[in-house]
Design a protein around this ligand. Structure first.
Ligand SMILES: Cc1cc2nc3c(=O)[nH]c(=O)nc-3n(C[C@H](O)[C@H](O)[C@H](O)COP(=O)(O)O)c2cc1C
Length: 424
């Protein structure tokens, strides 16, 4: 019986443990989590989602406060077109996070940054250009382009000296998306170094409609593998993601010809994960019927989350002057419309607690505060991966424990950690 460790993720002559921990914004996949994957010989991701906010919290910058001060005059205005990001600050924030992470790197693995193109930031092309170039400047090993794949994104960094040496990959949910991307970026003379194929059971945003349940990761992966073979791209690792819960699940894909697997949900309950500890307990406690895919994300993509997430139905005022990561090129976000509609319908409401917006959510504010509990489909199995402690809480895991469980387990088994009553 094979184990994940019998396989290697190959980029040319380089070889890695074929386990990639997926990017989880906003700072849920922390530097600490990514560094553990790297130390153990695999690949970890930090995320550049709401990077200014993350650097404020981690490195004591004041980017959010400064931005709010600059645009305070616009808070009551629904038109957010003036609320622009300072591109130099954005570059500095990105460099700060990447440099600080890379300086702590140990082991033989790599650290990539997850770059979600749906963070349109009131200037989609320019902000994406700055984010990607700054991450390359600061020495990131690779970039994974996610959510809302911008077909021209390779062209935005084609003049960077590291364009041909850094690892660049994309996340797709269909063979068609991969075909389109490769066709559109052919002019840059560069193929993606890897492709993550994300199926409908993943956490975060889904690359499917509300008919997501009609799709199967195995089928999409088989289609992608067949196509890359046919086109002669067999050296481009295909990396399935979404619902791969045990080492044996991973082996099934590696035996099909996948280069590695991308996993995330099992790491949400590790001590290195950025979620607050009480939120990690919510993930442990969740039963299957508490997990839903809904349409409250202003990005327009379905998103999977726990039904008891505080973000659902919250009536918080749009916070675009401070954040504004989802503003489109014209300064719109669908939460602003949804919020204004509820305000008009409830003219006598005085307090936030009297206002409930169910149609959309203010994703920036709620992700920033860890109040949007996005999760993978199999979150309800997390309780079976650890010990229940005397006080009823669940024992937190370490990233090393979960990583090695994927790497070495067989027979669909999940290794429980040694009982530690203090690990919550
Ligand atoms: C809490 C959470 C947050 C996530 N955030 C992001 C994100 O910011 N960007 C992204 O591309 N994928 C995101 N994902 C998807 C993961 O990177 C990964 O591809 C997927 O969840 C793997 O499936 P699994 O969770 O079943 O292992 C997120 C997943 C989770 C569980």
């Amino acid at each position: 019986m094979k184990r994940v460790d019998d396989f290697r993720l190959k980029f040319g002559k380089e070889e890695y443990v074929p386990i990639m921990i997926g990017g989880m914004g906003v700072d849920i996949s922390t530097a600490d989590l990514a560094l553990e994957a790297c130390r153990l010989g695999g690949i970890g991701h930090i995320s550049d989602a709401m990077i200014n906010t993350v650097t404020d919290r981690r490195y004591n910058t004041k980017y959010v406060k400064d931005k709010l001060k600059q645009y305070k005059f616009n808070v009551a205005n629904s038109d957010k077109a003036v609320v622009q990001f300072d591109l130099e600050q954005l570059a500095n924030a990105t460099r700060l996070h990447v440099e600080a992470t890379m300086a702590r790197k140990q082991g033989n693995g790599m650290i990539f940054i997850n770059c979600m193109e749906k963070l349109t930031m009131n200037g989609p092309k320019e902000t994406l250009r700055v984010r990607m170039n700054a991450a390359l400047d600061a020495g990131i090993d690779g970039i994974t382009l996610a959510a809302g794949l911008h077909l021209g994104s390779f062209a935005l960094i084609e003049n960077h000296p590291r364009f041909h040496t850094a690892k660049l990959g994309i996340i797709v949910s269909s063979v068609r998306a991969l075909q389109l991307f490769i066709k559109k970026s052919a002019r840059t003379g560069r193929l993606p170094d890897f492709v993550v194929v994300e199926g409908p059971l993943a956490g975060g945003h889904l690359g499917f409609g509300m008919d997501w349940a009609d799709f199967k990761l195995e089928d999409i992966v088989a289609e992608v593998l067949a196509w890359v073979q046919k086109e002669g791209y067999e050296n481009m690792p295909v990396i399935p993601a979404g619902g791969i819960f045990t080492g044996s699940d991973a082996v099934k894909f590696l035996e099909m010809g996948a280069g590695g697997v991308q996993v995330a949900t099992r790491f949400t309950v590790t001590k290195e994960c950025g979620l607050p500890d009480d939120v990690k307990q919510e993930y442990f406690k969740a039963d299957e019927d508490l997990i839903e895919v809904n349409q409250i994300s202003p990005t327009g993509y379905p998103m999977r989350m726990l039904k008891n997430t505080p973000a659902i139905g919250s009536g918080i005022r749009p916070n675009c002057e401070a954040y504004g990561y989802l503003l489109d090129a014209s300064g719109n976000c669908s939460y602003i419309q949804a919020y204004n509609k509820v305000i008009e319908e409830n003219p006598n409401a005085k307090k936030i607690s009297e206002i409930h917006v169910y149609e959309k959510t203010c994703l920036c504010t709620h992700m920033r505060n860890f109040d949007c509990w996005t999760c993978g489909h199999f979150t309800y199995r997390l309780k079976d991966t650890t010990n229940r402690l005397a006080d009823g809480r669940y024992q937190l895991l370490t990233a090393e424990h979960v990583f090695k469980d994927y790497q070495f387990s067989t027979d669909n088994q999940v290794a429980l950690p040694e009982l530690d009553e203090a690990a919550v």
